[in-house]
Design a protein around this ligand. Structure first.
Ligand code: KG4
Ligand code: ZN
Length: 366
């Protein structure tokens, strides 16, 4: 490529309103010129999950100012861009529609090409925005809304090896925190408690480990925490400090065990492709968890894979990954499909596999 490619990205599929400007230099270097994320956590806190209608309204209010802020931080005007990329699914449909409508208006007004991007493809391609990682690589996307193992073959070719059939792990962390009267988001709170706890005290289940394949389930684990809590409360008239810490430690260990064991299976399937530089990348908010990260890193090391974890602010929902996914497609010469601009709640990356069942607090799983 002899000319720089500069894209505006827009993301509004869940509870973060995001706009970003990403540039690919003629030398092939990726630069994030601006990355604006306006979260909505406070608006949804009282409801224990994302309320789609509240999310959509908040996106409508914040989208245009987020785009203006991204352009200001990048020091660019619309006329300096080579295109606009917008998340057109999967996600909560009101928010996706708000983003697509704004992007359509901006692109038409500034006479720019418009690219509809799959949100999951954005997550899946992020390791190449921040590091030197070659196709094909294995990705574990593990957040409040997603949990899947993907082989990433190219910008538009993904093989889903398995995913959660109910809750995503982050969602389970949040629910467990709520059960134990810990603050939200639950992940960091449970992790802090777990440091004081004995992970071996309560025998919590490792769902679906007895079944072949890479599908996962975290909802039963959460129910087991609820039952154990109720037994402890009945026995002692309340939850003692050490009981809570032990429950957190046991829960976290169970999630780490399930992810590590399923990662071993995913790696075995991936290595059948005989990749030249085998690598596993993790993305999503739950990848911030020290025990889970260490468990995955150990699996990667023992299987001879490089372990790649992009910086957290690009792993959680953002628009830089959306702009980057469009750049990857342009660079590879993949033509746009006009249907990709249709806002849709479900949009599995791997169309050869049936959609994952289940819909958690952050919307459809794929
Ligand atoms: O990727 P993310 O920011 O957002 C979406 O899912 O959209 O992930 C947020 C999730 C929350 O459920 C949060 O509890 C979880 O990631 N999380 C963690 C940790 N930090 C954040 N889970 C476990 N341990 C952590 N340290
Ligand atoms: Zn996401």
């Amino acid at each position: 490529m002899d000319k720089a490619l500069t894209l505006l990205g827009i993301e509004s599929s869940c509870d973060d309103t995001a706009a970003a400007v990403v540039r690919l230099t003629p030398e092939g270097r990726a630069e994030v010129l601006a990355n604006v994320v306006a979260g909505q956590a406070a608006l949804h806190e009282a409801y224990g999950g994302v309320v789609p209608e509240i999310a959509a309204r908040a996106h409508v209010e914040k989208l245009d100012t987020s785009v203006a802020e991204a352009l200001r931080r990048a020091g660019l005007a619309l006329a300096d861009l080579d295109g606009v990329a917008v998340t057109s699914g999967p996600g909560l449909i009101g928010g996706v529609l708000a983003g697509v409508m704004l992007a359509r208006g901006l692109a038409a007004g500034a006479d720019l090409p418009l690219h509809g991007i799959n949100h999951l493809a954005g997550h899946a391609l992020t390791p190449r925005l921040t590091g030197d990682i070659a196709f094909p690589y294995l990705l574990l996307l593990v957040s409040g809304g997603h949990c899947q193992f993907l082989i990433v073959h190219g910008p538009d070719r993904f093989d889903r090896l398995g995913g959660t059939i109910d809750d995503a792990p982050g969602e389970a962390f949040d629910k467990v925190a709520k059960l134990l009267a810990l603050p939200q988001p639950g992940g960091p709170a449970v992790e802090a408690e777990a440091r004081q706890g004995d992970a071996a005290r309560f025998p919590l289940p490792r769902p679906l480990l007895d079944r072949p394949g890479c599908d996962m389930s975290f909802s039963g684990l959460k129910t087991a925490v609820l039952r154990t809590r109720d037994q402890l409360v009945a026995a002692h008239g309340g939850l003692r400090r050490q009981d809570r810490a032990d429950l957190c430690a046991g829960f976290q260990r169970a999630v780490a065990d399930v992810l590590a064991q399923k990662a071993r299976r995913a790696i075995a399937a991936y290595l059948e492709l005989a990749p030249k530089a085998p690598a596993i990348a993790v993305a999503g908010g739950v990848a911030a968890n020290g025990e889970i990260r260490a468990a995955l890193e150990e699996v990667a090391n023992t299987q001879g894979l490089a372990f790649v974890a992009p910086p957290l602010k690009l792993c959680t929902d953002n628009a830089a990954m959306i702009a980057w996914a469009a750049i990857e497609r342009l660079r590879a010469g993949i033509p746009d499909d006009p249907a990709d601009l249709t806002a849709r709640p479900r949009w599995p990356l791997d169309r050869s596999r049936p959609a994952l069942i289940g819909s958690g607090k952050k919307g459809a799983k794929a």
